[in-house]
Every structure is written in structure tokens, then in C-alpha cells.
Design a protein around this ligand. Sequence first.
Ligand code: SF4
Length: 474
Amino acid sequence: MLDKFKDECGVFGIFGHPEAANMTYLGLYALQHRGQESGGIAVSDGQLVRVSKAMGYVADAFDTETLAGLPGSRAIGHVRYSTAGSSQLSNAQPFLIDCAHGQIAIGHNGNLINAQELRDELVRRGSIFQSTSDTEVVLHLYARSRARTVEDAVVEAVSQGQGAFSFVLLTKDRLIAVRDPHGFRPLALGRLGDALVVCSETCAMDLIGATYVRDVEPGEVLVISTEGMKSIKPFGPAKLAHCVFEHVYFARPDSYVFVTSVNEVRTNLGRILAREQLVDADVVVPVPDSGVCAAMGFAEESGIPLRMGLIRNHYVGRTFIEPQAAIRHFGVRVKLNPVRSILDGRRVILIDDSIVRGTTSRKIVKMVRAAGAREVHVRISCPPTISPCFYGIDTPRRSELIAATHTLDEITKYLDADSVAYLSLEGLMNAVGATSGSYCSSCYTGRYPVEFPRDQTSYLQLALKLDKSEAVVK
Ligand code: SF4
């Protein structure tokens, strides 16, 4: 409902725990913010891999009975928001197949930019696809591999993928974690007693009491079995391109991603924003929840008090019954409500993490003014978002991104704000600190770190809702 880039997916895996399905359920619960359309768990008892998937939230998708029907000490799980492929149960993951190499289940976070090309070739050679997901391509490549071992077949399959992928795969006796050589999406490794855990964000480890060990490295295929861990590096050298938007918005602030505290980076974004774009005001008000950390940093740096002038309703479901009578700002008011005692008569600095189309920001500014604010200054803790993402994030067309089509003055007028200002790209990179050279920032620059031929953009357009003219190829 809110005008944001949409989270992609979250993955989880555990090996060597007697309650593997229950632990995966909890891990997915902690990763729910990364995908709310469907959830799935695959388990292995050493003989058979079983899978259970359902649409909706993790808490609704699984009950005690379902989890009891998933025996075994090894499991993987997936929460999904559809980036490539439509929203239906056939696209829910993990996918499970049985082939000459035996059973294998897969969960994917990211987007393969050469999926259509690979798929066309596989279809020509007789493959029949059951979903529209790019992830299924990897399973077909695996099934067709003539490699003699499961590991070699996995390596052969994933080596053909290009773009963004953090995979978890499960066979009857192995858990395999794979990260693309650019490291677009996060994937961390942890330990829970004798069990090993992999997951998109460390908040999933916190919930089950696991300890962070290290990140699965970009370009690493990590094979976990009863014999221990084996690290394979099948990819050639590649420039690192961690998604900086994970820090700006996607990841939970209590997580570490790319070995860096999200809370620390987000607070830094606010501190630097205050140094770059300060204005005289009475209160700093975050747009909850995503603007809170940056607002704390802004308030700390500027000395202007932080006040929760907007309250978020956390219990908004996926659908609600709209009233027939017109209610002012109804759409946004369902989720956010202004606190008049904080806003009335005040000069307000409103902090948010991003503006995408501008439609929600406009409603929020109006709401804050209607609650009596004397001035409203919008401050955004990232640079203007001017380009779509090809690497696993659902973004609108370039023509719908307000910063791609409007000047700052026009945006200010559209939002009906007294002023609007963004963090600089340099400020963003300073906020992530020493690791700044290893990030993708294409949605702010339009320069893409992984090339894709023009003839593949038709798939990308379909999957990520782009116009042909909008694909910028570097
Ligand atoms: S384009 Fe933006 S959202 Fe996509 S991977 Fe790069 S930084 Fe992340």
C-alpha cells in the first residue's frame, strides 16, 4: 500500500538440528519483512525430501500439524514477494524436483538476468516448465547436468546464472548455500549448537539463538553435510555489488548485512543528512517505521528534538473493507495517523528513507499539515531514485519514478512541502563506511554493474515491469 520499492525474498537453511522444520519456521518468521506473498519449507530426514508451501504470512501458512508432517534434521525455507514470475502457489518456493541426481529443493533470493535466454534454450531442448519463476531454470540445468556428483551438478547449474542470486538448496544429505560473485543479496552463516544455519539476515539467527559465524562469500558454493563444510569457488573474479538499498530500506535494523550493522548505517544516513541538508525547525518526525533510524541520527546531529508525530498501525492486514463515504487521506491514514499535539503550530522536518512515485509522501505531507504543522520540510535519507532495479527488487517503471521525471522544485510543489532535500550519493557511501567500494547503487545512478544484452530486456521488462526504452545498458 505504501509507495516503496518492494522487498524481494528471504531464505533460510539449517543442517543438523532435530527440530529443523520448527527452526526454519521461526527463521522465516523473522524474515517475513522480505516477502509476504508465500512461504515454504523443505525438509530432509536423510531418506526423503518433503516440502510444504502456502500463500500468505508464515504464521498463517504453517500450523503445528503441518510442521509435524515435516520430519528431519535438515531444512530450507523461503518467503517470497514475486519479483520475477506472478503471485500464485505454483511460483511459491522452495521448488522440489526428483531427477537422475536424486531429489533437490531450492529457494532463491535475487533475479537471474539471463533466465529467459537459458529458459528458451532449455525449452528448445525439451524441458517443460511448471512455473514462470526464473529459479526453476536452475533446477532444469541441474537435472540435465551429466556431472558425476551432486556438488558438481549444482556448480555446473549455478555457474550459468548471471545477476543476483543467494540460493539455498537441499538434497537428502546436503544443504548447499550459493551466493553470486557480485554478492548482490546478503547470505550469512551461523551456528546453533552442533547445527549450521544460513539465512538472508542475522535477525533470523537471533530469534533461534544461533551465533553469527561469517557471511557466505560472494561467489562461494558452501556444501554442508555430515562430513562438515566444504567451500567451492567456481566463479571467476567479479566486482562486488552489494545492494545498498538493503541498508537504506529492505533489511531489518537489528540485522547485520554485508558484515555491517543496518541500524548503524541507517543512523549514519540521518547524521550525514543533517550535516548536508539542515533547516531551522522545531521537531524531527520520522515516517515510521522505515524513517525512524535516520530520524534518530538526524535529531542527534542537529540537536532538534525527535518526536513520534506519526503513529503506525501495525495490524493492517493485506486487505480491508473501504468505507463507501469519502474519508480524508483514508488510504494512508489506515497505516499512519498524525499526533496533533506534536505537530500543531510546529515547523516539522519529516524524515523518510525514500520517495518512489511520490504519491504516499504527498498524502503524508497533507496529513501533517492538516494536523496543524506550520512548515513541513521533507528530508530523504538516500539520493533521488531515478532508475529501476534488475537485480531482484520490484521497482516501478522509470517513467513512474518521480525523481527521474521531475526537478527538485517540481517535487517540492507536488508534495506541497516547504522544502525537499535528499542525501547525496557521497553521503550514502560515507554512511556505509569502509565497505563503500563494494556496493551497487544503480537505482541512484542508472549505471548497472552487470551487463545484459538488449535482447534479454524483454524478459526483464516482463518480470520487472520495465519499458524497453528504460533499459540502460552499460
Ligand atoms: S539497483 Fe538499487 S535496489 Fe537494485 S541491487 Fe542495485 S542498489 Fe539494490
